[in-house]
Design a protein around this ligand. Sequence first.
Ligand SMILES: C[S@@+](CC[C@H](N)C(=O)[O-])C[C@H]1O[C@@H](n2cnc3c(N)ncnc32)[C@H](O)[C@@H]1O
Length: 271
Amino acid sequence: MADAFGYQLKGSAPERYERYVGPVMAPFVTALLDAVDLYPGATVLDLACGTGFAARAAAAQVGPAGRVFGADINAGMLRVAEAHHPRLYPDIEFTLASADNLPHPDAAFDAVVCQQGAQFFPDLHAALAETARVTRSGGRFAATVWADLSLSPYFAAQHEVIREYGGPERAESYSAAFACTADRLTSALRAAGFHDATAHEVTFGIALPPLAEFIRGHLSVLPWGQEILDAHGEDVLTAAGRALAARLADRTTPDGTATLPFTATLATAVR
Ligand SMILES: C[S@@+](CC[C@H](N)C(=O)[O-])C[C@H]1O[C@@H](n2cnc3c(N)ncnc32)[C@H](O)[C@@H]1O
């Protein structure tokens, strides 16, 4: 099995990630940033920043006196992050770095946010200990991870299709991305030296673009979709997309769009 566990995308997938994952991440980015109470002038790290959704939103909130950094292990994601970040102040500094080995000094950040990254860290405790090191005393941390698959019908249906077209091992690897529980996060945060660690579920109804096109594109920016493509070819990935659309048919409106609930666990803590 490839490195789906670290959510590694290759080739042109990081470019497509911005387009196909953006609609699903957008409301959660707002909730994530609200949870760390950003203010003008704050210094913020977007950990496992990917193409930089949260970093860009943070830059708009901290303004010209603030500073925003992004760190991720995927060079392709960072390339897209660089290309997409608005040439406005403050500049965002994106760095190729693993969450458990950050290049930033101690107590560098007023806030650290991590959107849909923590479930992919091979060593959550090491990553959060490193996050605690770079967060100043009193600084805020917030992370989202997807909640149980059963709470997000789109993902539940996608899981079934990955099993059908990619096999049970791939389906198991996919479901691991939904297995980082609130308890696991909060106890790892406490062990890392954060206090007031809490977590709750947040649900948004997200209006997805016409599914006939969106589903295939979204599958192609998942590591599991990429694996199906590599192992079985374009036609099988397209068939998987059609099967997913069929599973969601009863939730799809006549114009082909669908508004579906997505649920994440939002964990917060103070350093
Ligand atoms: C699902 S994507 C989320 C990206 C972004 N935060 C967003 O909101 O779209 C997961 C990201 O975690 C990154 N990642 C996985 N393991 C990592 C690690 N150990 N250190 C830093 N980044 C990591 C991946 O490269 C990928 O960009």
